[in-house]
Write a protein that binds this ligand. Structure first.
Ligand code: GLY
Ligand code: MN
Length: 461
């Protein structure tokens, strides 16, 4: 946890920004996997962590902006809980560690909200992404789940996004811990991978590193010889000589700050000539994108530049043709890069995505595109010092998508389908790094991890 002052000052700023009303910030519950007492690993809500720092299930925080009071609602452990979970700090103790002096049992929430509703006061709450929290709000606020979903507080969302988007120095330090563990996971993956090993065997080793570092995985590891499928996790598939392995992984620290990096390397000691050609195309797109990172530059423009670089590279090897900028404008590149260049990173890997991409990644005057590919761009707005984001260009040869597009002759002015047909078994390549936007430009976060792991494959960690 950060110091008490960090949480107090974050809440003070929030109160100033929202100005009036009652703010309700729900912590998360334990969540059962397959029977009641078999839980998924507990994950506290990130906004709750940001303002209250308490990593414990079953809490609800209320800030009355007008009365300038803060209450944490929660139930102390029962003797039964103590038998199964051992002793824990009291809620009052935990609350006081983050500067909150008032705590109440959960049973008080009904009467608390009845009093607020009776006075017709404004109640601000965030989009609930867990069904139990949707139902709780629906009960307390005496509104249907549908009207809860449509009644979320845009002023509260905007105030939180404004605050959480700019990472403080102490957050960056924590994030670099996560990113360094993530880099170590990638190095170990490249070091251990060999033909005959399964994707799952390798992915298991990576989770061990994340846990040993004191946290856990920030998201299920993407480790696959089918990198053309963007979020393919891992399977019992054996790695074979000549294939590419794509590893997209992230460690989270004990405070839940996340890393998110990707490397793609050959199962064999070296890339084939064709693999190296495509790797270098992705690397060039990555380098061009990184070269543009500085305050004031719209990330959408960085994305479009990376797309144009990918098209330039594909043209060099005869897979695409025509004017690169026009190809990108029409969305032809999306056959090979059907996603966005990156996203905000923080307590969440896709930071604050639960609050709404349009608030996190888009300015008020920017509309999200509906074009295939561009519609998946999570971050488009102008960069500001303190943003932490990913840069993750790639080339993906998805045979089903190629067949679909070829059958319809889509963007045939820009795509040489005869040539592309020879790449249906290629797989996918992605390079991903995490950057802090600084007043002058950007800073790569974490220790250096070779982007081309070829040389590294045979060397000691
Ligand atoms: N690393 C997974 C993602 O960015 O979606
Ligand atoms: Mn990512």
């Amino acid at each position: 946890m950060f110091t008490k002052e960090t949480y107090v000052s974050r809440r003070e700023r929030l109160k100033k920004q929202v100005e009036s009303g009652v703010l309700v910030l729900l912590g998360n519950e334990q969540s059962s996997m397959n029977y009641k007492d078999n839980w998924y690993p507990f994950r506290q809500d990130s906004t709750f962590l940001y303002f209250f720092g308490i990593d414990r299930a079953g809490l609800v925080a209320v800030i009355d902006v007008d009365a300038d009071t803060e209450i944490i609602f929660g139930d102390e452990l029962t003797p039964d809980d103590i038998v199964w979970m051992g002793p824990q700090k009291s809620i009052q103790e935990q609350a006081s560690e983050v500067g909150v002096s008032s705590t109440q049992p959960l049973a008080s929430l009904d009467s608390f909200f009845q009093a607020v509703l009776a006075k017709n006061r404004q109640i601000h709450f965030l989009p609930p992404y867990r069904p139990e929290n949707l139902l709780k709000l629906s009960t307390w606020l005496q509104a249907s789940p549908a009207s809860i979903k449509s009644g979320v507080s845009v002023p509260l969302i905007k105030a939180i996004v404004a605050q959480r988007s700019i990472k403080t120095q102490e957050e960056v330090v924590e994030m670099e811990k996560a990113i360094n563990t993530t880099g170590m996971m990638l190095k170990i993956a490249a070091h251990l991978a060999k033909a005959g090993m399964t994707e799952a065997e390798l992915a298991g080793q990576l989770q061990a590193i994340a846990i040993s570092a004191g946290g856990n995985l920030a998201f299920p590891t993407i480790l696959t010889v089918n990198g053309q499928i963007l979020h393919n996790h891992y399977s019992p598939t054996q790695l074979q000589e000549g294939q590419l392995v794509l590893v997209d992984c992230g460690a989270a620290t004990s405070m839940h700050y996340s890393g998110d990096m990707t490397r793609t390397f050959p199962v064999s000691q070296t890339f084939t000539a064709r693999q190296k050609e495509m790797f270098d195309v992705v690397l060039t797109a990555y380098e061009q994108a990184v070269g543009m990172l500085k305050p004031g530059v719209k990330y959408k423009d960085v994305h479009l530049q990376a797309c144009a670089a990918l098209v330039d590279g594909l043209k060099q090897f005869g897979l695409m043709k025509g004017d690169s900028l026009e190809a990108v404008a029409q969305g032809a590149h999306a056959l090979f890069f059907p996603c966005g260049l990156g996203h905000m990173l923080g307590l969440d890997t896709h930071d604050m995505e639960d609050l709404g991409e349009e608030y996190v990644g888009y300015a008020e005057d920017q509309k999200k595109s509906t074009q295939f590919g561009l519609k998946s761009l999570r971050l488009a707005r102008a960069l500001e010092p303190g943003f932490v984001l990913t840069v993750e260009p790639g080339l993906y040869f998805n045979p089903d998508l190629i067949n679909l597009w070829a059958g319809k002759k889509m963007h045939a002015d820009f795509i040489n389908y005869d040539k592309v047909a020879g790449y249906k078994d290629f797989g996918g390549i992605r390079i991903e790094e995490d950057f802090l936007i600084t007043p002058e430009g950007s800073r790569l976060l974490g220790n250096h991890v070779p982007r081309n792991m070829e040389a590294f494959r045979s060397s000691p960690v």
